[in-house]
Design a protein. Structure first.
Length: 252
């Protein structure tokens, strides 16, 4: 995704406002996908096998993207958006350069903005994985602005004298304290759950979609639907209709 109007950024606050609005959209889309997938994974788990995956981080800081089978998906017993966070789930479809399994360190990964990433993929003993690292860095930028969000996470600026590393939880505890929200969040999972709760509480405030252009194609906003919340309240039916027409991984 490319921003075609960089001249709009005249201050650090402009940058945060842009990413905050962007991630409000991303979080809402992810919460909506989770709502649709709850029923799907309970009733037809085999239909989620090709796109629902689990991502973890080992002690050396390498991400592991794990393909889930039908039985594993059913055992997750997904009932809420929080379950997607707790189980470190993502939407994942392999490519020529990105496969299931252990991911390379010090590698430039492109993380699709609109493929759901509910996971936090903690490494309790050290650094984050290269794949999850990129997504989380921008989440922190969106929430806490640049100076108090991204550099504290991507650099060693939070490292105390005499220590050579910080654990995953320690980094977030320091970032939360720096932003005076340590009373609200103890872990990054707490933070993620709060972000989803926040956007879901505001979904009825969405405005109608106007006509817009994307990649030289004009898209028309809907005049038939009175409020955008229609889509979220009826997402199960909409997803089921999509499944009848096209393979679901191309949508989610």
């Amino acid at each position: 995704m490319t921003n075609t109007t960089p001249y709009q950024f005249k201050s650090e606050q402009d940058l945060q406002n842009y990413f905050k609005n962007l991630f409000d959209l991303v979080y809402l889309l992810e919460a909506t996908q989770a709502k649709a997938l709850i029923q799907l994974t309970q009733n037809k788990p085999e239909r989620a096998v090709d796109f629902l995956a689990k991502i973890t981080t080992d002690s050396s800081g390498q991400n592991n993207i794990q393909k889930l089978n039908k039985e594993e998906i059913k055992r997750l017993n997904l009932n809420s958006i929080n379950d997607f966070v707790d189980n470190d789930l993502i939407i994942f479809t392999p490519t020529n350069t990105l496969k299931y399994g252990i991911q390379r360190k010090d590698w430039y990964y492109q993380i699709p903005m609109f493929k759901a990433f509910w996971a936090t993929a903690e490494n309790k003993t050290g650094s984050p994985g290269d794949y999850s690292f990129r997504r989380i860095a921008f989440e922190l930028l969106a929430a806490f602005c640049y100076q108090k969000g991204m550099p504290p996470y991507v650099s060693n600026m939070m490292l105390e004298p005499g220590k050579n590393r910080l654990t995953y939880d320690e980094v977030f505890q320091k970032i939360f304290k720096l932003n005076n929200v340590d009373y609200k969040y103890k872990t990054f999972k707490d933070f993620k759950k709060a972000m989803y709760k926040e956007v879901l509480a505001k979904q009825d405030k969405l405005k109608k979609i106007n006509d817009f252009n994307y990649e030289y194609t004009k898209f028309q906003g809907s005049s038939k639907i009175e409020t955008p919340s229609f889509y979220f309240k009826n997402v199960d039916k909409i997803v089921e209709e999509i499944l009848k027409e096209i393979f679901i991984i191309h949508i989610l």
